[in-house]
Design a protein around this ligand. Structure first.
Ligand code: PGA
Length: 252
């Protein structure tokens, strides 16, 4: 288990400005230098160029928060995977619950995006997670399994070897309500076991991040769980001090 490096990835969502980004990225680079864990930021598209020029000689990776399922064409407003690699992106988040809920991305579209990201040479960060209603109806595992299986069906089990998963219970995102380490671990273990049933090697190497109100004060406890390999960090990734402390909690 110790063989899996931790990854701490910031998801800035629709926040930032040229000036704020400069300060934040500078601080993150300084504050995480020498850290064994992988550190990344997923920034809004217009800031990819700035992010690339500020991070390219550093240990911090970057990525996008979405990607089109199409390679190119008449898709006004969309951004393809190869455009993201043009700006040095390593990662693209796919299937974030805000995309699923607000932009109608279903499991099949998310699977297409996952595949498109990989085809372009990106590492997709695939988000899965249940709503509060689903948790209360005790169908968390079914929901997460369906989200995962759609990707496996389209892209194949081996494709997970070149991806990152993020378990993000929807009720914990931006709410200040974090899943307990035990609640998160339970779902992470479920996901890993399900994948292990198909390919044990892929399952044991896969980074599974937890996301949903991760803060400096709860990160170490979450990251200490056997199947939690780091975090996808929303709100707290915008505050340099908080984000750096979360990264430090991820040191192996
Ligand atoms: P949060 O967001 O840390 O603000 O809860 C996490 C996410 O949406 O990835």
């Amino acid at each position: 288990m110790a063989a899996r490096p931790k990854l701490i990835a910031g998801n800035w969502k629709m926040h930032g400005s040229i000036g704020q980004n400069r300060d934040l990225l500078h601080a993150v680079v300084q504050g995480t230098t020498g850290l064994e864990a992988d550190v990344a930021v997923c920034v809004p598209y217009p800031y990819l160029s700035q992010t690339q020029s500020l991070l390219q000689q550093t240990h911090v990776s970057w990525g996008a928060q979405n990607v089109s399922q199409h390679e190119k064409g008449a898709y006004t407003g969309e951004v393809s995977g190869s455009m993201l690699t043009d700006f040095g992106c390593r990662y693209a988040i796919v299937g974030h619950s805000e995309r699923r809920a607000l932009y109608g991305e279903d499991n099949y579209i998310v699977a297409l995006k996952f595949k498109a990201a990989q085809t372009a040479g990106l590492i997709p960060i695939l988000c899965v997670g249940e709503t509060l209603d689903q948790r209360e109806a005790a169908i968390t595992e079914r929901v997460v399994a369906e989200q995962l299986d759609a990707v496996i069906e389209l892209a194949g089990i081996a494709s997970l070897a070149k991806s990152v998963l993020a378990y993000e219970p929807v009720w914990a995102i931006g709410t200040g309500k974090t899943a307990t380490p035990e609640q998160a671990q339970e779902v992470h273990a479920f996901v890993r076991n399900r994948i292990a049933g198909r390919d044990p090697g892929v399952a044991s190497g896969l980074q599974i991040l937890y996301g949903g109100s991760v803060k400096a004060s709860n990160a170490a406890e979450l990251f200490s769980m056997t199947d939690i390999d780091g975090g996808l960090i929303g709100g707290a990734s915008l505050i340099a001090d908080e984000f750096i402390k979360i990264c430090l909690a991820g040191k192996n």
